[in-house]
Design a protein around this ligand. Structure first.
Ligand SMILES: [Zn+2]
Length: 235
């Protein structure tokens, strides 16, 4: 299956053919729907069957046994059906802004303070990152977020390209984020905030940093030894 969102995160509509349909769970020949993965929420949207214009709502998208499965709100689609799909762009765009902001924060805290990001959870409401900071220091976190916002103001471009696995593995900094990223065996997709931070990553990102807006620090929590959890929103 082709994952269209990997080459074009701004693709909002696409045509597909149903490969398998198990009740309400549909696999297509290609998709621009991002499946819930790597701590990032899934896309939603609609799928319209071309032969009769019947509309199915895509309520969840997940990855199961290497395939992206679309859960729709009603049964009825069958293999071979041609569909026109539209993703809920408002939702996706907010998730893209959060995802790129998480890369900015992880790059910033790693570079400036030598902390590693150990996890993240990104929704349309807020972002959460976990960091291996020894003692909770809210002032330092605020300072880091201020620096992240200054970087966003520089509006660096965000580029996506591919490297061979052998080539990528020569640079361990590409694998700083302990997040799952779908890719095939020999090709690693790189998301590169130019001149700042490049990561192996399978997600959807904005094209330039200013699209993120502004990061607003909400709160930080202690989550056990060497684990500080930071919550933020975007404005
Ligand atoms: Zn990512």
């Amino acid at each position: 299956m082709q994952t269209l969102y990997m080459d074009d995160s701004y693709l909002k509509e696409f045509d597909g053919v149903v490969k398998t349909a198990k009740g309400r769970f549909i696999v297509l020949d290609n998709t621009a729907f991002f499946p819930k993965s790597g701590g990032v929420e899934n896309d939603t949207g609609i799928m319209i069957r071309k032969k009769d214009n019947k509309e199915f709502k895509v309520v969840f998208v997940g990855k199961f046994e290497g395939e992206i499965s679309h859960e729709v709100d009603a049964e009825g689609l069958a293999p071979g059906d041609r569909v026109k799909c539209t993703i809920d762009w408002d939702r996706r765009y907010v998730l893209m802004r959060y995802h790129t902001s998480a890369h900015v924060l992880s790059g910033l805290f790693n570079r400036e303070y030598n902390f590693m990001i150990t996890g993240n959870q990104l929704t349309t409401e807020k972002g959460r990152i976990d960091m291996d900071m020894e003692k909770l220091d809210a002032d330092l976190i605020s300072q880091g977020i201020k620096k992240a916002n200054e970087l966003i103001e520089k509006d660096l471009p965000v580029e996506v390209y591919y490297k061979t696995r052998a080539e990528a593995e020569k640079d361990p900094t590409l694998f700083k984020l302990a997040m799952g990223f779908p890719h095939d065996i020999n090709t690693i997709r790189i998301v590169d905030i130019k001149g700042f931070d490049a990561q192996a990553d399978g997600g959807c990102h904005v094209k330039s940093l200013r699209e993120i807006g502004k990061i607003i620090f909400m709160k930080a929590e202690n989550r056990g030894k060497n684990n500080r959890r930071i919550y933020y929103t975007l404005q």
